[in-house]
Design a protein around this ligand. Structure first.
Ligand SMILES: Cc1ncc(COP(=O)(O)O)c(C=O)c1O
Length: 439
């Protein structure tokens, strides 16, 4: 464990370790107390820039005043309307807003990302009367047993747990093509594997309820596939009468510049899962689809807290804020600037930064060894060094950064500060690598 930066942090971590379930992973000892905009402050008063945006949750910024006001107003009226038993206005208004922004006209509310994917899986299975799914290597869709069956990221997450029938296909990770081909000459062979290998040898399309895909893989390493990948998945789903489910948990809510990342690829999924930034910081999941698909009868699926009034009020305020402040354009502008600066760094440190990729502010940097292979050790060194320098970012299969939060006139300054910190961290990593090789 890295030394906590202050005494209060030390004391809380000590108590945490004695009582909180041991299954949670924390990359560094950050104990948070307050947050505002793009910054978070720890219990010892040190402020960090939050480039992980609370794991892709705080697109409208921490403690967004409009979200706080909406939650406070709702709090004074009522918190829990038992929406799965009775009716209430805030969740209906939120569903109408989601319909206007996404174009999907049926909504099911839950409390988390994994639940929103779980609902999509159940809906696809119920509607098709088929029980199997196709997922992708590197995917992360959650950790409840249904979604865990689709998740294919780290073996630790899956070992010893039972699973639904899911066959995994290669994702279009062009930087390290799993089929050792090169785009565009590959002809999107990874997507064709579903039709030419999986559907022929392993899983009949007649037993396949859905292909479930992240438009951009998050935990897998912020991997942006070429548009033809998703277009090909759409074609396969149409040809074999299989549902296409898009998990937009990380990529949704304007993080990539569009409300849903699938819009970049000109593809419309049959069922879309949303959560994270959708709740403006409160726990909320939504599964959206069309009336003709989401027509399951009462009792087929439900929950206690879906449509919670505080979460609905927060989400409605967050969505209004995203529209009003045009966070999509902002994410595209800031993302373009960030990518440019990161690519400058890459050209200076090609032995460490193998790839810079992303859409909007959903940006990842792949840290590599001088021979181009993956280098999680150096990545962790950079992440921990960033933490020591008050920069909060997260390791994934590769690293990922970004928030569509409004940085106003100071935004470039933040980026500059971050780049400086990142540069220092990269320099330190480079010198460590050089020392390692000199030995
Ligand atoms: C793409 C994706 N799907 C699903 C999940 C699971 O969401 P939750 O942790 O809210 O259950 C995550 C979480 O990081 C995710 O990134």
């Amino acid at each position: 464990m890295i030394e906590p930066p202050g005494n209060r942090a030390k004391e809380i971590i000590h108590r945490d370790c004695r009582i909180i379930s041991t299954c949670i992973t924390r990359p560094y000892p950050l104990v948070l107390e307050r947050a505002r905009g793009a910054t978070v402050t720890d219990v010892d008063g040190k402020t960090y820039i939050d480039f992980g945006a609370g794991t892709a949750v705080m697109n409208v910024g921490h403690s967004n005043p409009e979200v706080s006001a909406a939650v406070t107003a709702q709090l004074a009226k009522m918190t829990h309307a038992d929406f799965s038993t009775f009716f209430a206005d805030p969740p209906v208004r939120l569903a109408e807003k989601l319909q206007q922004m996404s174009g999907y006209d049926r909504v099911f509310f839950s409390n988390s990302g994994t639940e929103s994917v779980e609902a999509a899986i159940k809906l696809a299975i119920w509607k098709s009367r088929r029980q199997s799914l196709v997922g992708f290597y590197g995917a992360f869709h959650g950790r409840t047993l249904g979604t865990l069956s689709l998740t294919c990221s780290k073996i630790k997450q899956k070992e010893h747990f039972p699973a639904l029938t899911v066959v995994h296909a290669p994702y279009a990770y062009c930087y390290r093509c799993p089929l050792h081909l090169e785009y565009p000459d590959c002809g999107i062979a990874c997507a064709h594997e579903i039709e030419s290998v999986i559907f022929k040898r392993e899983l009949s399309p007649k037993d396949t309820a859905a292909i479930v895909v992240e438009p951009i893989q998050g935990e897998g390493g912020y991997i942006v596939p070429p548009p033809e990948f998703h277009q090909e998945l759409r074609r396969i789903c149409d040809d074999y009468d299989v549902f296409l489910v898009a998990d937009e948990l990380q990529s949704g809510c304007y993080r990539t510049g569009r409300f849903m990342a699938m819009e970049h690829f000109g593809v419309r999924a049959d069922i879309v899962c949303m959560a994270k930034a959708l709740g403006g910081g409160l726990p909320l999941g939504a599964t959206v689809s069309s009336r003709s698909i989401m027509d399951w009868p009462p009792g087929t699926h439900s929950n206690t807290f879906g449509g919670n009034l505080l979460a609905a009020a927060a989400s409605l305020a967050a969505l209004n804020y995203m529209e009003k402040e045009d966070l999509g354009t902002r994410a595209q502008d800031l993302g373009a600037h960030m990518m440019m600066r990161l690519r400058e760094l890459q050209s200076r440190f090609p032995a460490v930064i193998g790839d810079v990729r992303g859409l909007g502010l959903m940006i990842g940097v792949e840290i590599v060894k001088p021979d181009g292979s993956e280098d999680p050790k150096t990545r962790d060194l950079i992440v921990v060094d960033g933490f020591k320098k008050a920069l909060c970012c997260y390791p994934a299969a590769t690293r990922s950064f970004g928030s569509a939060h409004r940085w106003s006139s100071r935004r470039r300054k933040w980026i500059r500060v971050w780049i400086d910190r990142f540069e220092t961290a990269v320099k330190k990593a480079v010198s460590c690598v050089l020392r390692r090789f000199a030995r």
